[in-house]
Design a protein around this ligand. Structure first.
Ligand code: NAD
Length: 339
């Protein structure tokens, strides 16, 4: 088939990164992005050479500021084979009505409920089940991180029970919404929504708790997994290393905090310091009888980007799982960053 025409509805934290990733794919074409406000991000989109689409009746507001508008969001969606809905949580559910009317495929993000798409996606776990689907939801950053490591463990030693405490960044770096400044906020009630969300993709018994802390860089997960088969560290490390979307780091090499992980991404020239990989501290892995303990970190702004790209290929059945993951990884430099 010719290139898949992709529209990005919501050019924010996730939308702009997925747009960049689409531009790197030889089997996809970015037909446009949408913005609701004529701000610096809209200006950046135009300067990047992207077609900008805006809500009905707002064209003049953009043009008054000298921003060239290609059309309305509806017109953008009518031209697309698929929409990546990267609008804020709960807006995607409202947008679905329009996608249904136009008959376009859509990918929703983790801020939407599983039911909005009826199918939640992770490339490693259920790529084949996404084939041909009209709607897919790419699970959230924390859930994607949990699934990557838990799936590797489950394939090796079969998970009996998992427990994770998620230390959540309070806001993304560009956010100016009010939030916690000098406090730690536990997520109540327990369990947090992350455990049930994992189960929409991977069938493992898991309970999660979460606390928000005043940082913007990354999330940190403290994980405990009980397994049916006796785990051993060598096989576990080999498995993690084989997953290109997992990056192993160590305190021994001076990475003792999320700030140093981000510095590593900067040193390696990653745009916006994006880390598409789940980061696991290999020297945190401890095994006691049938229980594995470790820490992992998630760059919330970037980890779901490769999953969106693979979801598109699955929905249009233009590549099998291994081929798609390989293409996505090599286009984003995943696997090239090793320490
Ligand atoms: P964001 O606020 O950074 O960006 C959303 C963009 O959508 C903004 O540009 C906003 O102007 C635009 N927008 C708002 N209403 C719109 C509408 N009606 N039509 C078109 N555009 C509209 O949000 P985000 O952080 O990129 O989150 C997007 C989705 O991705 C959410 O479901 C979120 O839960 C999920 N997600 C976010 C993160 C993260 O850490 N930021 C990680 C994984 C998943």
């Amino acid at each position: 088939m010719s290139k898949v025409k992709v529209a990005i509805n919501g050019f924010g934290t996730i939308g702009k990164r997925v747009a960049d990733a689409i531009l790197l794919q030889d089997d996809m074409e970015l037909i446009g992005v949408s913005k609701t406000k004529p701000d610096y991000v809209a200006k950046y989109a135009i300067e990047r050479g992207l077609f900008l689409y805006v809500p009905e009746g707002t064209k003049e507001r953009f043009e008054e500021k000298g921003f060239k508008v290609a059309g309305t969001i509806r017109e953008m969606i009518e031209k697309a084979d698929i929409v990546i809905d990267a609008t804020p949580s709960k807006i995607g559910a409202k947008n679905k009505e329009l996608y249904e009317k136009i008959g376009v495929k859509a990918i929703f993000q983790g801020g939407e409920k599983h039911e909005v798409a009826g199918f939640s996606f992770n490339a490693y776990v259920n790529y084949d089940d996404a084939k041909g689907r009209q709607y897919v939801r790419v699970i959230s950053c924390n859930t994607t991180g949990l699934i990557r490591s838990l799936n590797a463990i489950n394939e090796l030693f079969k998970i009996k029970e998992a427990f994770a405490v998620i230390t959540r960044r309070a806001a993304d770096p560009a956010d100016t919404k009010s939030g916690i400044i000098n406090a730690i906020e536990p997520t109540i009630p327990i369990p947090s929504h992350h455990g049930p969300d994992v189960k929409t993709v991977l069938d493992v018994p898991i309970t999660t708790m979460a606390v928000k802390v005043p940082t913007t860089l990354m999330h940190l997960h403290s994980i405990m997994v009980k397994t049916h088969e006796k785990p051993n560290k060598k096989d576990l490390l080999d498995a993690f290393e084989n997953y290109k979307r997992i990056l192993l780091v160590s305190k021994d090499l001076g990475i003792s905090a999320t700030s140093q992980i981000i510095e590593l991404a900067r040193d390696h020239g990653r745009k916006r310091y994006d880390l598409f990989e789940l980061v696991i501290w290999e020297d945190s892995i401890a095994i006691e009888n049938h229980t594995i303990y470790f820490y992992q970190a998630v760059h919330q702004e970037a980890i779901v980007v490769p999953e969106n790209i693979d979801a598109i290929r699955a929905m249009f059945e233009i590549a099998d799982k291994e081929e798609s993951i390989k293409k996505t990884d090599s286009s984003l430099g995943i696997g090239a960053l090793k320490i």
